[in-house]
Design a protein around this ligand. Structure first.
Ligand SMILES: *Cc1c(COP(=O)(O)O)cnc(C)c1O
Length: 221
């Protein structure tokens, strides 16, 4: 099926309350425009320079998400326009995002990435580490970042019980942080979990945002 067809089928399969980020990494502008021409506007990339190039070449009303591991020295490429950075995995990165946000006179939305998978290759914090950051006086001084929730990636496995358990764990982490640090903050509401292979389970376990690439654009090289 074509990109527009895949996209409309997917949108028809998910509840309207769940936000879809179409992951267009490695894909050419024409593919993004095919989705764009259906009226869809939310795309995700995982390389800062590729995202910056696509931003400059494509329509300006696209809402761009950064979904992967972000290196501090690359934040400057996307700070002027990025809508949400999903993968905050160090305090150093958060400080750099705040600095670049100040330079661009804006507030940048961020999600803390949690390491919920058994695979050691995946990035992310545990609850204790994030609680430690949130308690820092220095964290309170970062006025140009807004923490909007959490993000995680499940283990790549066909064992759905493992995947479900990991998503459930991320939801518990979200609930815990919400009640202990963000009870007064309406904007802390996102649970970014679910990809092409596991978004249905993620939605059942409380995902508010899914990041789907290959199920829309086809396999990547
Ligand atoms: C590539 C990627 C996705 C999308 O993966 P698909 O399996 O193609 O849907 C989602 N999240 C992150 C962080 C990614 O890097």
């Amino acid at each position: 099926m074509d990109i527009a067809g895949n996209l409309s089928e997917l949108l028809g399969n998910i509840p309207p309350s769940v936000k879809l980020v179409a992951v267009s990494k490695t894909k050419p502008n024409e593919d993004i425009l095919e989705a764009y021409d259906t009226g869809f506007r939310v795309f995700g990339e995982n390389k800062a320079q590729e995202l910056s190039r696509k931003y400059s070449e494509l329509p300006k009303d696209i809402e761009w998400h950064f979904i992967g591991h972000m290196q501090s020295n690359k934040v400057k490429y996307i700070a002027p326009f990025v809508s949400l950075i999903h993968g905050i995995d160090s305090f150093k990165l958060l400080k750099e995002i705040n600095k670049q946000a100040i330079r661009n006179d804006r507030v940048i939305n961020c999600l803390f990435q949690f390491h919920i998978a058994t695979e050691s290759t995946k990035f992310g914090f545990d609850l204790e580490e994030v609680s430690g950051i949130l308690d820092l006086k220095e964290f309170g001084e970062l006025k140009n970042i807004r923490i909007c929730g959490v993000m995680g990636m499940a283990t790549y496995t066909s064992d759905t019980a493992i995947v479900r358990n990991e998503f459930r764990n991320l939801k518990d982490i979200f609930t815990n942080l919400k009640s202990s640090f963000f009870a007064e903050q309406e904007s802390f509401k996102e649970i970014s979990m679910g990809m092409s292979g596991d978004y249905e389970i993620a939605i059942e376990e409380g995902s508010t945002m899914i990041r789907v690439g290959s199920a829309i654009f086809g396999e990547r090289d």
